[in-house]
Design a protein around this ligand. Structure first.
Ligand SMILES: Nc1ncnc2c1ncn2[C@@H]1O[C@H](COP(=O)(O)OP(=O)(O)OP(=O)(O)O)[C@@H](O)[C@H]1O
Length: 314
């Protein structure tokens, strides 16, 4: 379990993390979301003892990172997949890490196997694709068989196969009872990967909840109704207290579920071509809840989409 209590970090006049409190539970994948500059990397660095808080604390299983006896046995992290000597082989890189952290040498082949790099273990890490480098970074994070894992943007730049592999892998780690804390800009991916969310904006906590609750609290559930003649149904829906708006060739109904709308359609002898619940997306919820905390708004007049908040290469 990871716990931040009143965590604060200022760089001169910039308050990067502002009195942030949250907890990351075991046995779940927890997504860490926030607009650019929200303070995610700073928070992760403080959890890992790479940055010193100006105030508050970040604890892993109740201890500060620097008080952990053998840190790699407690917490593993992937912050930068390219942090590898390019001329070292994958195996030599992991052997060096294992040796310098007093971890058993036999664990190197185990983690290579776990991440599927056994066949290329003797090859130069400098020639690895991004996907292979990510796997090597994850192997390094797993060396000490830690219960707590942090991943900063692990799917950045990966192809769909690599993204799917990481998603399944994180679920597997959580099912093994580990704490998995992962930051990402790819909201559609996070919607599939993260069961819990910690969302921050301008260094402050915006929300901590399950992914499902986060989306439900910020977006409206509606029902899309399509059919050749919807006039009678529209009137009946209004009389029954639902609110209805036209969208394209159909109606978007709120305040009534599919079953009740179907009953009403039967009573008004309305032919339906579609009757489908419309759930809000994580993107919509994110924009709704973090809108005020975006550091740099787009100049484009249209409503910003999450993609416009993401600098190229992120
Ligand atoms: N070493 C530093 N010195 C000065 N300011 C910093 C430093 N590191 C981060 N900041 C500032 O702190 C704020 C939070 O940055 P941080 O990188 O933690 O955000 P982030 O949520 O990880 O952003 P991104 O999604 O863009 O990576 C930003 O305003 C950033 O400019």
């Amino acid at each position: 379990m990871i716990e931040a209590v009143g965590l604060t970090k200022s760089y001169g006049k910039t308050l990067a993390v502002d009195n942030l409190s949250f907890s990351v539970p075991t046995g779940r994948v927890t997504g860490f979301l926030g607009p650019n500059g929200a303070g995610k990397s700073t928070t992760m660095r403080m959890i890992l003892g790479l940055d010193t808080p100006t105030g508050g604390s970040a604890l892993i299983d109740g201890k500060r990172y620097r008080d952990l006896h053998q840190p790699l046995r407690t917490v593993g992290a992937l912050l930068d997949a390219k942090w590898v000597h390019p001329n070292r082989s994958a195996r030599a890189h992991l052997q060096w890490l294992a040796r310098s952290n007093k971890l058993p040498a036999k664990r190197v082949d185990e983690v290579l196997e776990i991440v599927g790099l056994t066949a290329v273990a003797g090859k130069r890490a400098g020639g690895f694709s991004l996907g292979m480098s990510q796997r090597l970074g994850i192997a390094a994070a797993l060396l000490g068989d830690p219960q707590v894992l942090l991943f900063d943007e692990p799917v950045n730049g990966l192809d769909p196969e690599g993204i799917l592999w990481i998603r399944k892998f994180m679920h597997r780690l959580a099912e093994e009872g580990r704490t998995v804390f992962v930051s990402s800009h790819l909201l559609s991916e996070m919607a599939l990967t993260a069961q819990e969310l910690v969302v921050i904006g301008r260094g402050k906590l915006i929300s901590q909840s399950s992914t499902e609750d986060f989306v439900a609290q910020a977006t409206e559930n509606t029902v899309l109704v399509r059919g050749p003649q919807l006039g009678h149904l529209r009137t009946a829906l209004g009389q029954a207290g639902a609110s209805v708006r036209d969208e394209g060739a159909g109606l978007v109904v709120s305040g009534m579920d599919c079953a009740d709308i179907g009953e009403l359609a039967a009573r008004t002898q309305t032919v339906l071509h579609e009757l489908s619940p419309q759930r809000g997306s994580l993107e919509e919820a994110f924009m709704q809840l973090t809108g005020d905390s975006v550091e740099y708004h787009t100049e484009i007049a249209d409503a910003p989409t999450p993609a416009t908040l993401v600098p190229a290469g992120k």
